[in-house]
Design a binder for this molecule. Sequence first.
Ligand SMILES: [Zn+2]
Ligand SMILES: [Zn+2]
Length: 342
Amino acid sequence: MASLRSRLALALIKKKLPAIVAADPVADLGDGLHVAIVGSGSPLPDKKRGNPCVAVIAGGKVYIVDTGEQSSETLNTMGIDAGRIEAVLLTHFHSDHIGGLGSVNLQRWVAEGTDSRLRVFGPPGVERVVNGFNEAYTLDCEYRTAHHGEVFVNPANGAMVAEQFPVPADGQSDVVLEVHVLVVTAFEVDHSPVAPVVGFRFDYQGRSAVISADTIYSENLVTASKDTDLLVHDALSIELLMMVSEASTAAGLNARGQILADVTDYHATAPQAADAAEKSGAKALAITHIVPPLPLKGLEEVFLADAPDRFDGPLWLASDGDLYSLPAGGGLKRSNLIGRRR
Ligand SMILES: [Zn+2]
Ligand SMILES: [Zn+2]
């Protein structure tokens, strides 16, 4: 005989399940440009933050910028249907930005109504990454088609297509994707010694958002972000990261200490992200790719330092699930798609 608790749980889930399965928050979004932070963390393990991934939603379609590990799981938790993914855009090929690509493609492939291969846009190098994931997933694709049949998991759509574009010239932005009135442009940023690395700007119905990628303070980014409604910028705290580095070295973990110290030279700090937002005329700033993890709430102020004083606009430390909505008519609304579904 099942316990009262298990019978109640079963009754509750039976009642709620149809609404949960049918939920489609993307369909509920009004016309406009919507930017969802899927993963706001970095390669450093962080209980609160997944690896980098941003979903930009326009005209009912979803465009994924970077696919860190856990991207498809968090997209699912946020209620963003993988079948709506129109394209993936990769900023660069660091592992924390590509680790979840295979899973994102798999979830889209098996989603309702998928009738095309997933296009993955990126600078030179994207073909190697896409071909590698395609190869790694070849057996999985064969198993699933054999098990579920070609009607629901069409083998013709299982492999991704690499769409390589040249790195834009210094100071320039190039259009890499146009879908109806949505225009996506790319521009080069500075994450040296890693190259190529590009940021993306999305323009739709008079609204715009810029995703910085991994970069130090970049004049190219400032130019490309001119008067944007929302700048999403990476940031790192040198003070906090060096604390972790020095503690690692003191504990005899010399490799970890050195690697962490090396990381300080190829990301902007929060005050530098604020400077970029201020100089570009951005209307709002969301800081993401948080390095190092901030296990205590009080550390958020330390991380931001004087960033809020350097930018004359709203500034947020992004969390996984955050949704920044830019309605076609104007304004900015902020919510969290994970919190709403709990
Ligand atoms: Zn990187
Ligand atoms: Zn990164």
